[in-house]
Design a protein around this ligand. Sequence first.
Ligand code: GTP
Ligand code: MG
Length: 454
Amino acid sequence: MFDTLTNSFKAVVGKIRYKDDANALKKATTQLKKELLKSDVHHKTTKELVMSVELKTKQTGIGQESFLIALRDTLTNILTTTGNQGFVYSNKSPLTTILMTGLQGSGKTTTTGKLANYLKQRNKKVLVAAADLQRLAAVEQLKQIAQQIEVDIFFDESETNPVNIAKKAQERAIDGQYDVLLIDTAGRLAIDDELMGQLEDVKNIVNPDEIFYVADALTGHDATKTATTFKDKIGIDGVILSKYDGDTKGGVAISIAHQVGVPLRFIGVGEKMPDLEVFIPDRIVSRLMGAGDVEGLAEKAAAVIDEKKAKEVTKKIKKGEFNFNDFLEQLEMMKKLGSMKSLISMIPGMGQMAGQLKDMDLENSGEIKRIKALISSMTPKEKETPTLINLSRKKRLSKGAGLSEVQVNKILKQFKNASKMAKKLSGKGGKDMQKMMAQMGGGQPGGMPQGIGR
Ligand SMILES: Nc1nc2c(ncn2[C@@H]2O[C@H](COP(=O)(O)OP(=O)(O)OP(=O)(O)O)[C@@H](O)[C@H]2O)c(=O)[nH]1
Ligand SMILES: [Mg+2]
């Protein structure tokens, strides 16, 4: 995610070897400037950043440490823009209304789903509204997302005016005592005055607490330009940078808030619902400096892991009662944590590794698909009591799940090993559930890296 930038910073810092070496500082700042521009950091931001780092380093005496501190402070300053951070609830009413805006295909609908999922995990009652009537399949797309994350949706197929949809959705949200209403709108070209006018009308009728602009990271500097246009035309309170996972340069995230004058609130780091990260400047700086984001990781895990369930499972393991239903539940929980790659980059010192790692896809990994197929072919009794599964049952399962007997045996063995190991681990206080997950998630190669998600 941030690995290109982190590597650049490392290389730059490496230029300063001795104390008070003004020449080396000059070389370092020159390279810093080059690297930032190459990463697509806006040229104005780059200039300010480099000047500030140079000045601050000189103030405290040239050296690697002072340079690092200067870089850290400057980055934090640049990323911090006046305005809200993360998701902020209304202080005017019990309902928080958010209007989602952005260009065609920028990721509005996906991000609406991701935000809804993020809020749901934090125990909020969320309603999403399908106010994109421009594209034929738009309502259907949001319906599918809402169903997938189990969040309520408001749509009205007899309605042709998005303004009315937004209004009705808000009434529904108030009546239904929802905490948050997210209104997904039609994609538009910045120059499309008609659509912009429509957005303005929606804004006037629902009076949203915040307007989010979803910017596609892959459009580079254009993301900054279009966000500025939207800010000037209708006013925005936050930017969400989508598709950051595909952005190998990464610099847009550094300069967009600074240039637009609106905070970057979230970044989208994949196509799936959990692939959304809250953008808190000092945490991001920590990641940029290769120091990870322990706070963010803990917060993410706390939102996803059900403490009560985790305890129940630990108990079962200790008693040797861990079964296939528990196994599936654990897999689902892992899925909710989102992309492995982004999780790993939050662990101190692991940023580098995340860059080399091919992302593991919990939903589509062949291994997990096979495990799921096998378990879903089991009878409820078999799921509850793994020891029931004998040779003839194995044969039936292999046919039912479309797997070879070798594959079935392999999975069952993995499960057995995992339960054994889990039992051992839970004896030591039940802390190392993750290691158990690592065993289960695919056994040997391609399995989950150990010790993640604590
Ligand atoms: N890799 C990746 N893909 C993303 C991300 N966010 C969105 N996408 C993909 O981008 C494409 C467009 O996303 P949508 O959410 O439909 O975009 P939209 O802005 O609603 O599009 P319109 O409604 O047509 O304007 C889809 O294929 C999404 O899966 C992200 O963070 N990472
Ligand atoms: Mg859409």
